[in-house]
Write a protein that binds this ligand. Structure first.
Ligand code: MOS
Length: 735
């Protein structure tokens, strides 16, 4: 058996469980005596609750209790720490804290009953009287309230961007906007909380992208030590950022479970999935100048992002414009506009998908105005160093992305080569660059190897559908030369060694590197055992000279040592190791990013304005690809989201009430199977031994960045119409 797994396509190790329904998701556990909570949400966006009438609901047989701000337990109200590891500056939202309403859809009561249906029915009988105040949710109308308070610094300005802009031969001055986007994972948020009064401890099943973050949140609110709060999340039906911060159903389930001394489940409905964080609406202004020869002279990028009235949610939107291209004069500005909504949240390449949308559309506009091919224009301004930090890249194969994408897509003969002969169809082509930072976070892992040859590796990380179970097994198997069938990877449990939340595309680089390191510890232990138990001649062998394959250690002198036999000979049932791994200091001297080149073809119906995307090519330089199969799935999914971002996704809020009008999957449009045609993913070879011990940059987010811009650019190419406010719907083409 070949146990060299890294770089090879493997099916998901949890695939059979998932398709046969035996993978148990957070909401599917059934502790004995489980009861159900149903959330009542506010129908105003700003004001006060004058009264909540719960009498009728309480009379329903099977209703156990109704929690509101009026009967919230005192200790819970007094604890002020509702933060989680991702809390932005401000005051985190505290469910049922008082009579104030901060946004439309705010949870204001929890009805707990013997069944979900009863709880839902009773929730419908709860009557609420409000004193509504005026609300405002439209950032465009509130540009005057843009603030730098609580806003993180952007990358530094350089040169004199205003002067260079004024003197540039070719200039553009454009404004882009995008609406709110909602994450919409297939599995809605759900928590099942069990309270043990004797030990004063919680056991909670939670749909979340990081169990440790839910643990920290619950510990803060209920004033408990981490030993007394166990969070479990073995399978997650999609996150896209929605599970990075703990949500209100977690608090409500835990609070009710403790008060009622019964296990309580609170799951959100699809509509309620629109009642918390979202990708913020954003307005971006770009002034860019170039020479006649197509050299960038000036970039001025200003972004205005939406936030709530209680927290200052920050994204990195404008820094990309300072980093991506060679340009001596750059000015960056980022401001927040607080409105009456829940605090926005990270979603699918937060900041990057947004900032690069505007930058890459603006690059297209400037290229066309300069009369240079958009791809040539980018090559003319290619940055071999990180322009913001003046640091070298640990690796950057973006040129090769451009080259291979162009050749695969047929970029340079695109207009002469079209197959479309139908006069009612306008054909267009567009391209864009994508970019996402390759990050690594401190991460721990544990490995136990038994004399029967079984390896169990564990870490409290998550698998939100990305393939964590699979790639971690590959990394462990590869490092120790053990067949994947003999390996179990455990995750999603706070009792396991601590890992960061699964976000930022850093799970492989962080947890994967920790898994590799801990397996290397085991390998060393095995080599030491072999030196004592097998052959003293092996004493002088360096650890690095020994390879592992097929359950066997191979020494440089040709000695083969079977791992199981070795443990039996040494009289050991098992060996184990645990470690925590942090990024190396030398990484600081470099900038590390994954890059992509996206090229798309669009067809636009001349009379109806309908847009389809028959073809997308995405060439990705993301370092080493651990599993091409799961890697390709990540990018296919991300391109699909990019199509939705460009053409469909739009959270619509009625500005008079602050109420979301399309809080369902029928009216909140997103790209589905029928919107997707030919998607081609190319992985570009990229060697990087600086970025982390695996050389893998992470692929969770790079796939969406640039897609919306490439589509917008292609729509312009087809129609001559530049739509700068997403989504590009047919009405905007026909107007
Ligand atoms: Mo991602 S938005 O970091 O889950």
């Amino acid at each position: 058996m070949d146990t060299a797994y890294i770089g090879k396509s493997r099916k998901r190790v949890d695939g059979v469980k998932k398709v046969t329904g035996s993978a148990t998701y957070a909401g599917e556990f059934k502790p004995e005596g489980l009861v159900h909570g149903y959330v009542v949400n506010s129908t105003i966006a700003n004001g006060k609750i004058v009264a909540i009438h719960t009498g009728k609901a309480k009379m329903i047989d099977g209703v156990l209790d109704i929690f509101t701000h009026e009967n919230l337990p005192d200790d819970v109200r007094q604890n002020v720490d509702y933060t989680d590891p991702l809390s932005p500056p401000g005051h985190p939202f505290r469910p049922l804290y008082n009579d104030q309403v901060l946004y439309n859809g705010q949870p204001i009561a929890l009805v707990v009953a013997e069944s979900f249906e009863l709880a839902r029915y009773a929730a419908g009988l709860v009557e609420v009287e409000y004193l509504a105040e005026e609300c405002t949710t439209d950032i465009k109308k509130n540009m005057g309230n843009a603030t730098t308070e609580g806003v993180e610094d952007t990358a530094p300005d350089r040169g004199n961007a205003e002067l260079a802009y004024a003197n540039a031969a070719v200039r553009i001055d454009v404004e882009y906007s995008q609406p709110r986007h909602y994450h919409n994972p297939m599995e809605p948020h759900v928590s099942i909380a069990e309270w043990n009064a004797k030990t004063q401890s919680f056991k909670i099943y939670d749909k979340v992208q990081g169990v440790n973050s839910s643990q920290e949140y619950i510990c803060g609110i209920f004033n408990l030590d981490t030993e007394n709060v166990q969070i479990l999340s073995p399978f997650v039906g999609g996150g896209f950022g929605s599970g990075l911060r703990p949500q209100y159903q977690l608090f409500l389930a835990a609070m009710a479970a403790r008060e009622l001394q019964r296990p309580v489940k609170v799951s959100l409905t699809r509509r309620q999935m629109f009642s918390f964080g979202h990708r913020p609406a954003c307005i971006q202004q770009l002034q860019m100048g170039a020479s006649k020869e197509g050299k960038l002279k000036s970039i001025i990028h200003k972004a205005y992002g939406e936030t709530s009235k209680f927290e200052k949610y920050n994204e990195t939107i404008v820094d990309w414009s300072g980093m991506m291209y060679q340009c001596e004069n750059v000015k960056l500005e980022y401001r927040l506009i607080p409105v009456n909504v829940y605090t926005p949240m990270d979603m699918r390449a937060p900041g990057g998908a947004t900032g690069m949308f505007a930058l890459e559309c603006a690059m297209d506009e400037l290229a066309i105005k300069t009369n240079i091919d958009p791809l040539e224009f980018r090559l003319l301004n290619y940055a071999d160093k990180d322009q913001n930090e003046d640091k070298p890249f640990s690796s950057k194969e973006l040129r090769e992305c451009y080259r291979q994408a162009a050749s695969h897509f047929g970029w340079f003969n695109r207009h002469t080569n079209t197959q479309i002969k139908d006069d009612s169809i306008l054909v267009g082509y567009g391209m864009a660059t994508g970019c996402w930072e390759a990050m690594q976070q401190k991460s721990s892992a544990k490995a136990v190897l038994t004399s029967s040859g079984k390896l169990v590796v564990s870490s409290s990380t998550a698998d939100i559908g990305t393939g964590t179970y699979t790639v971690m097994s590959q990394i462990a198997g590869d490092t120790l030369g053990i067949a994947m069938e003999e390996i179990t990877f455990q995750l999603g449990d706070t009792s396991l060694p601590k890992a960061p939340i699964e976000g930022g595309s850093w799970t492989v680089s962080s947890v994967g590197s920790a898994v590799k390191a801990v397996c290397n510890h085991l390998k060393k232990q095995l080599i030491d055992l072999a030196k004592v138990n097998v052959d003293e001649d092996l004493d002088h062998v360096d650890y690095d000279e020994v390879s592992c394959t097929d359950g066997t250690l191979i020494f440089p002198n040709g000695t083969l040592v079977n791992i199981s036999t070795l443990l039996v000979t040494a009289g050991l049932d098992s060996i184990e190791a645990e470690n925590a791994l942090e990024p190396e200091e030398r990484q600081e001297q470099y900038s590390s990013y994954a890059h992509s080149c996206v090229m798309v073809e669009v067809h636009v119906d001349k009379d109806l304005g309908m847009i389809t995307v028959p073809r997308v090519t995405s060439a990705i330089a993301g370092g080493r690809i651990i599993n091409p199969k799961t890697a390709e799935s990540q990018i296919l999914g991300a391109i699909t989201w990019g199509i939705g971002m460009a053409l469909e996704e739009e959270g619509m809020i009625d500005d008079r009430s602050g109420r979301i009008m399309n809080a369902n999957l029928a009216e909140y449009h997103m790209a589905v199977h029928a919107d997707v045609q030919q998607l081609n993913v190319l992985f570009i070879e990229e060697h990087d031994d600086i970025v982390n011990p695996l050389g893998a940059k992470g692929l969770g987010e790079i796939g969406i960045v640039g897609v919306a811009s490439a589509i917008a650019n292609a729509v312009f190419d087809a129609t001559g119409k530049r739509v700068r406010n997403l989504p590009i719907t047919l009405d905007k083409l026909l107007e």
